[in-house]
Every structure is written in C-alpha cells, then in structure tokens.
Design a protein around this ligand. Structure first.
Ligand code: ADP
Length: 272
C-alpha cells in the first residue's frame, strides 16, 4: 500500500478523534451549564417558602404567640410553607431522575377509566373548596385497558387535574374525557373553563420552573415543575402531549396512550 493512503487514513482518524473530543467537551459544557442553572433555580425556589416559615416562627417567638387566634393562624401558615417545601423537594427529586433518564418505567396493562375515577376521588375535597365540579365524560361505559406505567400516568392525570382546579374559576368545572383515536391509541383530555393562558406563554409551559404569574401574589402555590414532569413522563412512554388554551376562556391539556386491543373480540375472531 502506498504510504500516502496511510497518511490520509491517519489524518482522517486524527481529525475524527479531534471532532469527537470537541463534541464530548461541548456536551460536558452544556451539562455543566444545565447543572449550574438547575441549582440556581432550586435554591431560588426553596428560599421563598423557607423565609415565609422563618418569618411566621420569628413573629410568634417575638410575642405573637400570646394571642391565641394569631398563634393558630401563623402556625397554620408555617405548616403550609413546610408542606409546600415537601412538594417542591418531591418534584425536584422526580424531575432530576427523569432528566438524567434514571427513572425506569414499569410497563403494564391497566384500566385508565379506573385511574381517572381514582384521581377524582383523591381530588374531590380540593375541587369542592373552590366549588369546582369534576366531570367524567365516558363514551363507553366499560374499562379501557391501556399500556404504561400506571403510577406515573396517575401522576400525569393528577398534575393536570390539580392544575385545572388551581387555575380554574370558582364554581367552574373540569372535564376529563377518554376517546379512542385509532384502534390502538386513546387520547385523554383534561378541560377546564378557568383563567386560560396567553398565547405567547404557551410554548414555555413545559419548561421546568416556568410559571406564567411569578408575582407570588397569587394564592396558588407551586414549583413550576408539574407540567415539566408531565411532559417527561409522556415522552418517556413515546406518547404525545398537547395544549390548547384561550386566555379568559379555559385550557385543554391532552395526551395519548397505547390501548390494548379488545382481546375478547380477537379471540372470538380467531375461534371463527
Ligand atoms: P405550577 O402549577 O406549580 O406553577 P406547572 O408546571 O404545573 O407549575 O404549570 C406551569 C404554569 O402553567 C402555571 O404556573 C400556570 O401559570 C400555567 N398553567 C398550568 N395549567 C394551567 C391551567 N389549567 N390553566 C391555566 N394556566 C395553567
């Protein structure tokens, strides 16, 4: 073999090696940037509720404790702050696992109708506090068997219904519907007639820590992680999530799931 070919191969390999290394360094840089930003967001998110709790406790110790009514009120607020911290930490744990790709899905078949009913049972109290009606529109009055990680899909439905209550109108309603899209896909829709979202903010909804209203004046606590978790879970299932919202009218979040084909019908067909 002429030496020039070897040189050409060598040069190519050296070049390739350099490109690979460069890519590797770029990836590390991006990860480092991500980590820095993430930590910044985390400490920022934790600070507000921590200072709130500290504020109430200091005021109590400074004398407010002697007034029975104030004592109760401030302790309740401090407890709310701690509760919020717990939610944030749980969400953070989940999101970091999801983003690193550490969270394994436990795929199984389950009834999505039962799952939605279960979520409604869990959230009935929360909804009734705002006089919000939870409605379940079921076209087929029977189980719908889907494939996925049941616990995580429950979290998805939970987060979406919780949001529809949090950002819903007093005396409004939330409706969940399940519809067959194709033979092996269903779409689950969560619709509310709440505050809705301004169009320009819609693309950012699924970013972690993103909240439309950051003023903090709003009573609804949250970490801005809920929708980001929802998106990660749905994408880990190779499914799709959609949002459609009109400011002042309401929002609709929907996602698809793999459906198990009707087994009874199949076996009937086979036996024919
Ligand atoms: P969080 O509710 O903790 O702020 P999410 O990630 O669940 O975080 O939601 C991000 C933002 O999207 C919310 O802060 C809110 O502004 C907006 N949002 C989510 N769901 C709805 C909804 N159903 N109606 C109106 N706005 C919503």
């Amino acid at each position: 073999q002429p030496i020039t070919t070897d040189m050409a191969t060598l040069t190519r390999e050296v070049k390739k090696f350099a490109t690979d290394k460069k890519l590797e360094i770029e990836t590390l840089k991006i990860r480092e940037e991500y980590r820095r930003e993430f930590l910044g967001n985390v400490s920022h998110e934790l600070k507000t509720p921590l200072f709130t709790v500290q504020g109430y406790l200091s005021t109590l110790l400074d004398g407010a404790m002697n007034d029975k009514a104030i004592r109760k009120k401030y302790l309740e607020r401090a407890e709310k702050g701690v509760e919020r911290l717990i939610y944030i930490v749980q969400d953070l744990d989940m999101i970091s696992k999801l983003e690193i790709g550490e969270l394994n899905l436990e795929i199984a078949e389950f009834d999505i109708v039962k799952l939605v009913q279960n979520v409604f049972d869990l959230l009935e109290m929360k909804a009734s506090k705002k006089d919000i009606l939870l409605m379940f529109d079921m076209k087929y009055n029977q189980p719908i068997i889907v494939v996925g990680d049941q616990e995580k899909i429950q979290q998805v439905v939970m987060n979406l219904v919780v949001n529809s209550i949090k950002y819903g109108e007093l005396q409004g309603s939330t409706e969940v519907s399940i519809e067959e899209l194709t033979k092996d896909k269903v779409i689950i829709r969560i619709t509310d007639n709440g505050e809705g979202i301004i169009k320009k903010n819609i693309p950012r909804l699924f970013e972690r820590f993103y909240r439309v209203d950051k003023s903090g004046a709003r009573t609804e606590g949250g970490s801005g992680l809920g929708l980001s978790i929802v998106k990660h879970i749905i994408e880990a299932h190779n499914e799709k999530i959609y949002v459609d919202s009109t400011f002042g009218v309401g929002s609709e979040f929907s996602f698809t799931l793999q459906k198990v084909r009707n087994k009874i019908k199949n076996s009937e067909q086979q036996s024919k």
